[in-house]
Design a protein around this ligand. Structure first.
Ligand code: ADP
Length: 477
């Protein structure tokens, strides 16, 4: 065990769990225990919410530029510790080192981006008949609860902190039990940069314990959840009891749509990366590939050839693809691959993988029917479901043929076709001749349908983290 015991971070200090319980967090490369982490419950969450509530008025009252200055300093400190943070992220999530390094950079960018916005986010004046002056204020909400997943702890943790803090809220953050270690480091770095006690609190623990306690706590003013549809439904119901606004970013089954005029030389490596980045454990992964029949065979051959050349191994060896996060996730992905065999789908998975461990080779499932679960459900592994189409109409129908709508990409040299299809696809982000999984700090990100609602990233996130107050002034005598 390398990290020892990691307590909660509440009210500006490390806090042992109220009930004295700890849980192990693992290194997915070999299944060994990395650290014992505080197992939060009702009392820890209550303490964190109370600390956040106490800290709120003074933090909200600060001039935005002052809050921004602290966030800039967090970004600087993240970069100064980049190598150590990346190594810890790799050890706790299994992701390749270069992906972890990219995640560190994105985390720093979130703090910079929202630092820059902190003194520019305001209301407007509204024209009304004399003798009235009417204006709006954008006020912080109060205590923002943030429940995040294990796949990008640094990136998602950073945005869960930077956006609400920039505009004057305080935060209680619950990292995922699988990968809480770098999020606890972010709490330390934030305190060192001058974030006052109570403004940022991290309560670790299991979802049904610490997570559920946070979602139903009557002291929170906003809830942001990133994770599965099932849990999203539960936390939304919990928030409904307290009339707390929620922002949900759930799963996806995002398509790359390839037309015959596409520049395949450019497209293939990007489509491949959209599948294998983070071993496919990305909500915005390009997990479906819709290909025009005219180029179907060529695209599948080139993609399978690309996959064959990739390396799979432990994250610290910096391969192209690391292990899956856990035995449970590995079993789930294997289950989908067995389903593919049963359905008679052509499975292409030729990349060598280590003999033991939670490693899955990059896999092409060729000929997946639109009615199949392989077409509709999130697999969360380095697996892409390929389905051919005959024309633009069918391409759009297939692209929209799942309950999700997070991201999509259209590959074509026909400009009109690109824009036309972008308009018709139901997804929160559409890329033309590109695919961005992860990153994209500046771009609003969120879902249609069961991918959730509300937008994180970009300036749009700040709309969720503030509420509008209208002030009407009579200035006649
Ligand atoms: P994933 O499928 O990515 O593991 P989950 O939805 O299970 O996603 O988990 C995302 C986050 O939600 C994690 O921090 C997890 O601990 C938390 N969580 C899981 N179950 C609950 C719950 N019942 N209430 C609140 N949070 C939960």
């Amino acid at each position: 065990m390398l990290e020892g015991r990691r307590p909660h971070f509440i009210g500006g200090a490390w806090r042992e769990p109220a009930e004295g319980a700890w849980f192990p967090t693992y290194d997915p490369a070999d299944g060994s225990v990395l650290a014992e982490v505080a197992r939060g419950g009702e009392a820890d969450v209550a303490a964190a919410v109370a600390a956040a509530r106490a800290a709120f008025p003074a933090w909200a009252d600060r001039f935005g530029a002052e809050r921004g200055r602290i966030l800039w300093d967090i970004a600087r400190r993240i970069r100064a510790e980049a190598e150590a943070l990346a190594a810890l992220e790799t050890r706790n999530t299994g992701k390749p080192l270069r992906q972890a390094r990219a995640d560190v950079e994105v985390a720093a960018r979130y703090f910079e981006f929202y630092a820059g916005a902190a003194d520019k986010w305001g209301g407007r004046t509204i024209p009304v008949p004399s003798p009235f002056l009417d204006y709006t204020l954008r006020e912080p909400l109060g205590v923002c609860a943030e429940i995040i997943p294990w796949n990008y702890p640094l990136q998602i943790g950073a945005r869960a902190i930077a956006a609400p803090l920039a505009v004057g809220n305080t935060v209680v953050l619950k990292p995922a039990e699988e990968a809480p270690l770098t999020v606890l480091e972010l709490a330390r770095i934030a305190a060192e940069a001058g974030v006052p006690p109570g403004v940022l609190n991290v309560v670790a623990g299991y979802g049904p314990e610490a997570g559920a306690a946070l979602a139903r706590n009557p002291g929170i003013d906003h809830l942001t959840f990133t994770g599965s549809v099932e849990v999203g439904r539960e936390v939304m119901a919990a928030a409904a009891r307290n009339i707390v606004p929620v922002l949900l970013e759930l799963g996806g089954k995002s398509p790359n749509v390839v037309f015959p005029s596409a520049d395949l030389e450019r497209a293939i490596p990007i489509i491949a990366n959209a599948v294998v980045q983070n071993a496919g454990q990305t909500c915005s992964a390009g997990s479906r590939l819709l290909v025009h029949r005219a180029v179907h065979d060529e695209v599948v051959e080139r993609l399978a050839a690309h996959f064959r050349r990739l390396s799979v191994g432990p994250g610290l060896a910096d391969p192209d693809v690391g292990p899956l996060i856990s035995a449970a996730q590995y079993a789930r992905v294997r289950g989908f691959l067995e389903q593919a065999e049963r359905e008679g789908v052509r499975v292409r998975a030729d990349t060598p993988v280590p003999a033991a461990g939670w490693f899955v080779p990059p896999t092409v499932l060729d000929g997946v029917a639109p009615a199949s679960v392989l077409f509709r459900e999130e697999i969360f592994g380095p697996v892409v479901a390929v389905t051919p189409f005959a024309d633009e109409e069918e391409a759009v129908r297939l692209a929209n043929g799942t309950p999700y709508g997070l991201v999509a990409a259209v590959w074509t040299r026909d400009l009109g076709q690109g824009h036309r299809v972008a308009r018709r696809i139901r997804a929160g982000q559409v890329f033309l001749n590109a695919y961005g999984a992860g990153g994209g700090v500046e771009m609003p990100f969120g879902g249609f349908g069961q991918s959730g609602f509300g937008r994180q990233k970009g300036l749009e996130a700040l709309e969720h983290y503030t509420q509008v107050k209208n002030v009407a002034v009579w200035w006649g005598d």
